[in-house]
Design a protein around this ligand. Sequence first.
Ligand code: ADP
Ligand code: MG
Length: 219
Amino acid sequence: MKLTKLLIIDKDIPVRKDPFKDIEGMHDLKQMIRDEVIDPLKDPESFKDYGIEPPNAILFYGPPGGGKTFFAEKLAEEIGFNFIKVSPSDVGSKYVHGGQEKIKQLFDFAKENSPTVLFLDEIDALIPGRENSEIGHHYASEVNEWLVQFNNCRGQDVFIIAATNKMGKIDSAVLRAGRLDRHYYVGPDRDDRDSTIHPINTGPSNLPTNLSNKRSEGL
Ligand SMILES: Nc1ncnc2c1ncn2[C@@H]1O[C@H](COP(=O)(O)OP(=O)(O)O)[C@@H](O)[C@H]1O
Ligand SMILES: [Mg+2]
């Protein structure tokens, strides 16, 4: 299989110092992600001494337009990983109910291009609950394949970030310990909700960003 749309963007541009600066607000979230994700991923050995394994998957939940995709991209940039995005809403995406083999190929591709952030957008549609939905039941073998691949990519420099605004529709096995067991709210800062209108579709993301890593969109 040939995977297209891998954009290799100018590798000579030096990596910018602090991509997280582009993210407005969300101070607590940024600090949590630094402590729990970025630092352990950057320096796994010293964390292992304390019995802390770097996570291999996290889940962002929050309202549409709340910055989940944006945050995931900045996080990939921050740790210098390639970024592969799979989105069910992309027309013709091969990975949305394209069968088990396609899912395996996706993970192989992520491993070949490691270190990689594999961003699974709308994971509730990619991995729907088998227990209580007809659709989930119908795609049970695919759901199983996702679970197998989640387990297999441990220690392979593939870091999964999943995103959803429908937490209740995700297959519960995916949310279990050792898989997507770390959940982070990404959205308007809850404390400032009354006082500030959170910027959406404005802000520094419109400035040219350094894209020294490879990006692959809309697979
Ligand atoms: N904290 C933030 N700082 C700067 N821009 C933001 C922030 N949150 C959202 N945005 C802007 O809003 C746009 C939409 O966010 P997006 O990441 O697509 O939301 P979601 O994936 O949660 O639906 C982003 O492209 C970005 O320009
Ligand atoms: Mg999004």
